[in-house]
Design a protein around this ligand. Sequence first.
Ligand code: 0O2
Length: 271
Amino acid sequence: MEIQLWRKILDPYKQAVEELTVKFNYIKKEYQDGGMYSPIEQVTGRVKKISSIMEKAQRKGVNLDDIKNIEAKVEDIAGIRIICQFEEDIETVVEIIRKRTDLEIKLEKDYINFPKKSGYRSYHIIAYYTVETVDGAKKLEVELQIRTLAMNFWSTIEHSLQYKYKGNIPEEIRERLLRAANAVGALDGEMSSVRDEIMDAQNVNREMARIVSDILSNIENLYRLANKREIIKIQNEFFKIYSSGDIELLEEFGEQLDVLAENYKAQSYGD
Ligand code: 0O2
């Protein structure tokens, strides 16, 4: 098939990858804006290279002229990777995907409870997704890979070794990779056991950042409305409470500042 035709075929897949990357990043943002822990840490996407599509199609015994069959058999032309901090988050993300109305699940592959012989661990979902193009709607297959940071680290290294050794990784390296995969499994287990504490610490940090940012924008607004002496007093009070690290005191201070800022605004409107 001509390269030009390939490009035309791949365009909707590119659109699907771009749209889904935005959508999953928005889920992360929604959690964070609501002051909640996000099960999604990072989202990436890619359209498979033409050479990889051809290689996979050949491996699956598909004629390279039979584009419909290639699209049906090579399920990961459009790939989205969702990275989570903890193994527990994977199930949450899978549930989110199962409930979406814009994704219709074709099949799920659980390489977490059933790792591959290589040691590869990840959760895969093949789903149908429709993109609107100038030629009308096109229903495509996309592959969603959901995995932890640690699983992603392992698979990235292993993938580049597969590439280096053209799929024939020497036995000794393969064994080491398998040992490393077990270590990654143990690491995820350890991280899960301290998950609640890590999440609490992250929530406190996020909450602190939100309160500080509100206080600073209030102080900035008050600069225009209140007198300098009062502002300096407020600022010093803020620095004192901030250095104490007491989040409750900081919250209380922030609320008082909100009231003060509102009063000044009301006064200035009344002028
Ligand atoms: P790339 O470069 O990531 O695009 P199947 O038809 O189910 O037998 P298929 O279609 O290969 O086999 O599906 P599978 O096994 O679910 O794998 C799809 C993708 O998962 C792969 O894409 C890899 O990204 C990843 N993957 C699967 N197994 C391994 C593994 O052992 N190591 C690593 N690092 N990644 C793996 P591609 O096509 O390999 O390429």
